[in-house]
Design a protein around this ligand. Structure first.
Ligand code: F3S
Length: 772
């Protein structure tokens, strides 16, 4: 490992296009009559695809949706698979915006960095080979296994004030610590940005969070966001951007701000951001991006990187940092917040065993130099008193840069001296890849400085209670091994029988000697040139990866009747709530994310058939003598596909709510679904259906839901007019029931002219390919 100080980088591909953004912002300001804007509005609006169409008075109602042009995409190894498979099917030679892939989620945590990394590379070889070969072909920066966790690497290398970025991971907002908008999305949305298609976002509400006072003693940025999670709850940020401002922002390090932004995801926020601060400038310089800092200084000079005086927020929160104390949140939900001073009483009240079984620090949330040096300060104090951690104490560095800098500055030694194990630079124990040596299947408590604590999140054991706290509180408590221990007020008895109490931790924001790169083999070439001749490596016998064949269009433009859906058979009428998780279940299926035929076997397996009330049952009215009259939903869908029979679903309210999982649209399409008629649709899923070439239609009368059932045959009347440029909002369904009854009923659509192109071509990606 080399320990040279980080040199200044060539920043040409990572500096936001400030002149363009400033010009867009100027135009929007005029269109909005110079009303004062929040910072989040400035960043969003300067990235709007067509400001005049969006903001001019005469523009059509946009329905509160913004068409945005992000500047960068980052993907982690699990979610990148389907995103890349889709991108491949668009047939483009390279990505429209700089894109990076990060191998972090598939690395396990068993023994320690070296062997864990080796074993994970062997067991995931086909996935890593696929990702690396795709990166080579399309000019994507590939961060190999061991290089670090996506969000830490993005903060160290790509994030910049005023930028708009998409990432295929829920903690993408971490990059907001550098004063930008970074939004976590599904693979289909990432593919929008990668293909240069405007990406749609419902205009979020902007919540102003005004910070006054100062963090001190044991209280850290982590405690601020744990406190906010307790107040807002896991849903309080939904549809909202949290925009922090006030003097309390300016006395925090950039990496602390990133911790706060990271865990905005725990309250469901779209993202979080901060005005440009001197600490951001210092962090950019320390990470070799002086040119980005100079460009940001200039943009800030124009007023672009903070809210305007008098800007109005949709909601406001005020927090005095001086009044906060350390928090411990959990178990099982990040919004169950208890102040450290009350935690011991809370544990006693609940009747929990007063024991901690492991302490874990690091992860994408808390592995900054400041976090690690604060922790090392505590371990040095403990060592001087003759103490050793009482429980397994594991540290996950966020990146090779952090790991190597910790090693050079004897931070790692200070941790290992008291019994810590340093794991690979990867997600490991944060994402269920933690294979614990000790048999801990029973109820047990762990303390982590991570961000999520749902059941089974860390070690796969539903009985492991995960409590979230700052890295320093986790560290100090690991020396007592007790949940009731309060490091601020309580002492530990040393081997010589003396009481020892920790002094408040002292960390350093940035390393005096600068960051060091560490092992340069982990670093990709900046802005790699696409290689059209590179072969993408997918084994034809793989069970985890499969090339995505372009979908055949349901329409035939050469035939006038081919512009209507003809004799589409209803597969099942789904009753009640049907989220993307009902449509495409997660859990063990996740390993097939990159293999559409395999993962499609989970299609709607937890959905209820309204005709009979059974879960995962569908009727096959045209079954052959070899087939059963009913079977599971995926099995009957498979039969329809084999018969080349296009089919439809009838669904209830808000179909497809939940996470933006593109598999929930890809899977029905894979089996030949052409049409979904619903009482209502969740917006993102409705768009995803259209992207995959499935037509969503809305009942005009909710009562019509009961009139169509399995085996009924549907032909549309009115689509042809739409395809030919008509603007009819209503389409008729001509329904032939199994009993011979026939009737027509009206439905409505939400198709734009661009979306009609997607349907005509069979999918949005087919359309992009046809435009080349
Ligand atoms: Fe990885 Fe956990 Fe962060 S899974 S990206 S370290 S939330």
């Amino acid at each position: 490992a080399s320990h040279t100080r980080l040199p200044d980088k060539d920043c040409s591909s990572i500096t936001p296009p400030y002149p363009l953004l400033l010009e867009n912002w100027r135009r929007v300001r005029e269109l909005l009559n110079h009303r004062p804007l929040t910072l989040a509005e400035k960043i969003l609006y300067s990235h709007v695809h067509d400001p005049v169409a969006t903001f001019s008075k005469n523009a059509n109602d946009q329905g509160g949706y913004l068409q945005l042009m992000p500047e960068r995409v980052a993907m982690q190894d699990a979610s990148a698979q389907m995103a890349l498979l889709q991108f491949m099917s668009a047939g483009l030679p390279s990505c429209a915006v700089p894109t990076s892939i990060h191998c972090d989620h598939l690395i396990q945590a068993v023994e320690g960095a070296e062997s864990d990394l080796k074993n994970s590379i062997v067991s995931n070889k086909e996935v890593f080979d696929f990702l690396e070969s795709s990166a080579r072909k399309y000019g994507i920066e590939f961060w190999r296994p061991g290089s670090g966790i996506i969000h830490q690497i993005v903060l160290e290398n790509y994030a910049a004030p005023g930028m708009l970025m998409l990432g295929t991971d829920s903690h993408t907002p971490n990059a907001g610590g550098l004063g930008m908008l970074a939004i976590g999305v599904g693979g289909a949305d990432a593919v929008d940005a990668m293909t240069g298609t405007p990406w749609e976002l419902k205009k979020p509400l902007i919540v102003g969070v005004r910070l006054t006072g100062e963090l001190s003693g044991w209280t850290t940025a982590k405690d601020l966001i744990l406190h906010i999670a307790g107040n807002l709850t896991v849903r309080g940020g939904t549809g909202r951007i949290l925009e922090y401002f006030g003097p309390g922002v300016f006395n925090q390090s950039c990496t602390s701000l990133a911790t706060i932004a990271n865990m905005g995801a725990e309250v469901g926020a779209t993202t979080s951001t901060f005005p440009y601060t001197p600490s951001m400038r210092a962090y950019l310089e320390a990470t070799g991006r002086t040119a980005v800092a100079r460009a940001a200084d200039n943009a800030a000079g124009h007023g672009f990187l903070n809210a305007d005086e008098g800007a109005e927020y949709d909601e406001m929160i005020e927090i005095n940092l001086s009044e906060l104390e350390p928090m411990i949140n959990g178990p099982f939900t990040p919004d169950l917040a208890t102040p450290l001073s009350k935690f011991s009483a809370f544990v006693a009240e609940q009747g929990w065993k007063d024991e901690i079984s492991a302490g874990l620090i690091g992860s994408c949330t808390n592995s900054s130099y400041e976090d690690m040096t604060s922790v090392a300060d505590l371990t040095k104090q403990a060592k001087a008193a003759g103490l050793h951690v009482k429980i397994p104490f594991l540290c996950t560095p966020g990146s090779e840069q952090i790991r190597a800098t910790m090693e050079r500055d004897n931070v790692t030694a200070a941790l290992e001296d008291v019994g810590a194990t340093v794991l690979a630079n990867a997600c490991g124990p944060c994402i269920g890849q933690w294979k614990r040596k000790e048999e801990a299947r029973n109820e047990n408590a762990i303390l982590t400085s991570f961000n999520r604590n749902f059941k089974s999140r860390n070690d796969g054991n539903r009985n492991t209670m995960n409590f979230l706290a700052s890295p320093t509180v986790v560290t100090a408590m690991s020396f007592s091994g007790k949940l009731s221990f309060n490091p601020i007020t309580d002492s530990i008895t040393t081997p010589s029988g003396e009481p020892f109490r920790f002094s408040p931790p002292n960390g350093q924001d940035l390393p005096e000697k600068g960051f060091t790169l560490g092992n340069i083999a982990y670093y990709p070439l900046p802005s790699p040139v696409p290689n059209p001749d590179a072969e993408i490596l997918i084994s034809p016998t793989s069970s985890r990866l499969e090339i995505l064949e372009p979908f055949q269009p349901h329409f035939n433009t050469a035939d006038p009747n081919g512009l209507e859906l003809q004799s589409v058979k209803v597969l099942v009428r789904v009753r009640g709530k049907c989220t993307t998780d009902h449509i495409s279940a997660a859990g063990p299926w996740l390993k097939y994310k990159g293999h559409l035929s395999n993962i499609s076997q989970n299609l709607l397996i937890t959905a209820t058939n309204d005709e009979g009330g059974d879960i995962n049952v569908a009727f096959d009215h045209e079954h052959t003598s070899d087939e059963t009259p009913s079977d599971t939903i995926p099995n009957v869908a498979k039969r329809f596909k084999a018969r080349r029979q296009p089919w439809a679903l009838v669904v209830d309210e808000n179909y497809g709510e939940g996470s933006a999982r593109e598999h929930a649209a890809l899977q029905p399409r894979f089996y030949g679904c052409a049409l979904i008629i619903g009482r209502s649709f969740a917006r993102i899923h409705e768009t995803n259906l259209k992207k995959q070439g499935i037509l969503p239609l809305w009942f005009t009368s909710n009562a019509d839901y009961d009139r169509i059932g399995s085996g009924d045959s549907i032909t549309t009347i009115g689509l042809r007019d739409l395809f030919n440029g008509g603007n009819n909002k209503t389409i008729l369904l001509d329904v032939s029931k199994l009993n011979g009854e026939r009737f027509q009923l009206p439905v409505t659509h939400t198709l734009s002219s661009e979306q009609l192109n997607w349907l005509r071509a069979g999918s949005a990606l087919n359309h992009i390919r046809s435009q080349m």
